[in-house]
Design a protein around this ligand. Structure first.
Ligand SMILES: [Zn+2]
Length: 173
């Protein structure tokens, strides 16, 4: 992706107040490996329950991590964005408040995503899932897998930014 500025990133958050956007701590933008990224994702170093996902100069979303690590039999071990398989804590069910009034009323959508939000690096083989025993072979090229990840990501982001209550995927606090 093209490098983004702090101003662009802060202005793009679609599902939080301007006040919250101004308090988010950004990563060191000079150290971000932009050419290897399809989107920028990080955990706020000042608020570890808060994770951020920025897809372009125009659009970013705020995510929340679950408070406590709970292990359940239903837990997914595959990222639904990049389809990387992980051991249990390598994938987190992130929850995003919907944009606008629906989000202020406590409505959220969730998705299972790589806990470190480094889907782009896993796709390129620049980071390896911990403890993975079986490598899943895929016939798709890198470009095709990136396209698929972006399609998944954009679908999720669109559900958040539309602020529309839709059936099925919705949960309420
Ligand atoms: Zn992923």
């Amino acid at each position: 992706m093209e490098p983004l500025t702090e101003k662009e990133i802060r202005a793009g958050f679609a599902n939080c107040s301007k006040g919250e956007a101004s308090r988010i701590k950004l990563p060191d933008l000079a150290a971000v490996p932009w050419p290897d990224l399809d989107f920028l994702g990080w955990t706020d170093p000042g608020a570890p329950q808060r994770a951020l996902l920025v897809v372009s100069a125009e659009v970013g979303i705020v995510l929340r991590r679950p408070e406590a690590r709970r292990s359940t039999a239903m837990r997914s071990s595959m990222c639904r964005i990049c389809y990387t398989g992980h051991t249990a804590d390598g994938v987190t069910l992130f929850v995003a408040p919907l944009a606008g009034a629906a989000g202020r009323n406590g409505n959220t959508v969730g998705e299972y995503i790589c806990s470190d939000l480094a889907c782009s690096l896993y796709l390129r083989g620049k980071r390896q899932p911990r403890g993975r025993l079986v490598r899943q072979e895929e016939s798709l090229s890198l470009e095709e897998r990136v396209d698929r990840a972006l399609t998944n990501l954009n679908g999720f982001v669109k559900r958040v930014t539309s602020g529309q209550l839709s059936s099925g995927r919705l949960s309420s606090r």
